[in-house]
Design a protein around this ligand. Structure first.
Ligand code: CU
Length: 326
């Protein structure tokens, strides 16, 4: 069964994603069962306790203690579930970070309304940072210029690039208010709290490029839509979306006269689905809506080349990182 289609979920691109989708599915089943059960009980009470069945009010109500015992047992069972299963499971699954030497470690500092991304660079060691070095324009990470480890560090604004198939460990913190780091396609969502460094980790399993088959699953008239996307330059004929996010932006501004509204909707939905984004899932202020970043999953060589190109821009005084939205 295709849970993604059934539940209208976004594309899933991480190794743990199917477990989360399955849990969402189970929660839906449970909710359906509760809805049907309580709905039936409600209908039963409407009939059982209507005024024709009970012409005279009963001022004493229930005398047996069955309902109290039931409530106590529910509380006991829930306590056992919480202490016996949920908390140990949380400790094991969430706090146990991947102890893999090949993992990629990143720091992300959220602020109103952007994601500051800090890569350790070639030496895999983060340079020291301190608020006293911070400057919004020239040193957004607050890097200590005297620390040699920081020389090759890479700064990127709103552009998160990750290599395919490698575990990624991200340390999240905030410069101002609470945000929530959300990567829907990775099934990752973690609150970001000022004053705390919170780890989250996952392994990307899918690049953002689309195959013709995947397109035909989404669009009704795949050939027309595909040809249109190629013609308009959203996709190169080889089959990859050039820069998904940019394509989407261009698409939204564009007047597509020879595409029917239905086709346009199909293209839009399609690109939307493949537009890997970082969202902020916590209403964090008036500019919350624009606190989005871009996620690019690419093969390791492409990723390394990107890091290299960023290293160059980061070490020249410009402090690099392409600002896409601000
Ligand atoms: Cu935010």
């Amino acid at each position: 069964m295709d849970l993604i289609k059934l539940l209208h979920l976004p594309v899933m691109a991480s190794s743990h994603g199917h477990e989360l989708d399955f849990m969402i599915f189970l929660v839906h089943l449970l909710m359906i069962a509760l809805f049907v059960g309580w709905g039936a009980f409600f209908l039963f009470t409407l009939v059982r306790f209507n005024k024709w069945a009970n012409p005279k009010a009963n001022y004493y109500g229930v005398k047996s203690h069955v309902s109290s015992y039931l409530e106590i047992s529910v509380a006991v069972v829930e306590t056992i579930l919480l202490i016996g299963f949920s908390i140990p499971f949380w400790v094991k699954q969430v706090n146990a970070l991947p102890d893999r030497p090949d993992k990629l470690e990143i720091k992300i500092i959220a602020e109103q309304y952007a994601w500051n991304i800090h890569y350790p660079g070639a030496d895999q060691i983060f340079g020291k940072t301190d608020m006293k070095f911070y400057d919004k324009q020239s040193n957004p990470l607050g890097r200590d210029p005297s620390d040699p480890h920081g020389k090759d560090d890479v700064y990127s604004l709103n552009q998160l690039h990750l290599p395919l198939g490698k575990p990624v460990l991200i340390h999240l913190t905030s410069r101002d208010v609470m945000h929530s780091f959300a990567l829907p396609v990775m099934r990752v969502k973690q609150d970001v709290i000022p004053g705390m460094s919170i780890p989250t980790w996952f392994t990307p399993t899918k690049t953002g490029s689309i195959t013709r088959k995947e397109l035909s699953e989404v669009a009704k008239d795949a050939d027309t839509v595909w040809a249109k996307l190629v013609e308009l330059g959203y996709i190169d004929a080889g089959g990859t979306l050039q820069t998904k996010a940019r394509a989407l932006e261009k698409f939204e501004d564009m007047e597509l006269t020879d595409v029917s509204p239905k086709e346009k909707e199909d293209i839009y939905n399609f690109i939307q689905q493949y537009n890997f984004q970082i969202g902020c899932a916590q209403l964090c202020g008036i500019g919350h809506y624009k606190m989005k970043g871009f996620l690019t999953i690419e093969p390791e060589e492409t990723f390394n080349a990107w890091i290299k190109s960023q290293e160059e821009t980061s070490s020249s005084d410009s402090e690099g990182g392409d600002s896409f939205w601000n």
